[in-house]
Design a protein around this ligand. Structure first.
Ligand SMILES: *[C@@H]1O[C@H](CO)[C@@H](O)[C@H](O)[C@H]1NC(C)=O
Ligand SMILES: *[C@@H]1O[C@H](CO)[C@@H](O)[C@H](O)[C@H]1NC(C)=O
Ligand SMILES: *[C@@H]1O[C@H](CO)[C@@H](O)[C@H](O)[C@H]1NC(C)=O
Ligand SMILES: *[C@@H]1O[C@H](CO)[C@@H](O)[C@H](O)[C@H]1NC(C)=O
Length: 219
């Protein structure tokens, strides 16, 4: 049996749609300024009492990338010498909560000051497990630095706290590390309460017939 409704009444059928979007956002951890969202600062380890790690203002360093080409105009570098670190190495600890991570280094080629120790070699540990290594040998035909090199990446992580350690341990040859920044992808949720279907008062609403088809179907 057909029934009637006023249009105004139809308009009063409120439809609130709570839409839940899974959103992935990239955040950065700068070598010196850290993570502006969590305030995490990279942790630089070296042999106690030594001062291997230097920032871009170092005046005694002779492997000197251009800060203007670095993320946030900053970087941290250190050179590992096997004879200086017979027992302990140098490393960087990065902590974040997220589903993916990328670690960006600056790499050197031939050094303008003649420093031969420009190759980069390191291991990566993710949540306590060996997760890969990286090696770069200089191109001796150029003195140009290479910026924004993703030396490590990992996707498909759970959206939980993680720790990446970039390290040099027990390595037979000198190795130069220059950390610029890391990116990690944080998973978050946005709830939008769509209010597009607010009640509308229609002046002079007409009587209209609404016949739900289902009610007229034969059994
Ligand atoms: C995050 O950054 C990585 C590395 O640059 C990029 O591959 C990825 O597409 C970015 N993801 C988002 C959600 O912006
Ligand atoms: C990081 O470096 C410190 C100091 O050399 C050392 O004690 C520690 O074992 C290193 N950690 C890793 C994971 O290499
Ligand atoms: C580049 O120069 C370094 C340092 O002098 C040297 O050890 C290396 O063998 C050279 N590489 C090549 C491919 O010639
Ligand atoms: C990486 O780890 C391996 C295995 O522990 C070690 O032999 C090698 O020296 C490490 N490389 C560097 C650059 O520290």
């Amino acid at each position: 049996m057909p029934y009637t409704l006023k249009r105004g009444a139809i308009a009063l059928l409120l439809i609130f749609l709570p839409i839940c979007h899974a959103v992935l956002v990239n955040r950065t951890i700068d070598s010196n300024l850290g993570d502006p969202v969590t305030n995490f600062q990279p942790i630089y380890h070296a042999t106690p009492g030594s001062d291997e790690w230097d920032d871009e203002t170092c005046t005694t360093c002779n492997i000197t990338p251009d800060p203007a080409a670095a993320f946030d105009n900053t970087y941290m570098s250190a050179t590992y010498f096997p004879h200086n670190q017979p027992l302990e190495g140098i490393n960087i600890t990065l902590q974040f909560t997220g589903v993916a991570v990328w670690v960006f280094f600056i790499l050197s080629n031939t050094n303008v000051h003649g420093n031969p120790f420009v190759s980069t070699h390191c291991n990566f540990t993710l949540d306590g497990q060996h997760a890969g290594s990286f090696s770069h040998e200089p191109d001796n035909t150029t003195t140009a630095f290479i910026y924004n090199v993703a030396v490590f990446s990992q996707t498909g992580l759970s959206n939980t706290p993680h720790e990446v350690i970039v390290s040099v341990n027990d390595f037979p040859i000198p190795t130069w590390l220059c950390f610029d920044y890391a990116i990690y992808t944080y998973g978050t949720f946005l709830y939008n309460l769509h209010r597009a279907h607010l009640p509308v008062v229609i002046a002079g609403a007409k009587q209209i017939a609404v016949t739900p088809r289902t009610r007229h179907r034969p059994p």
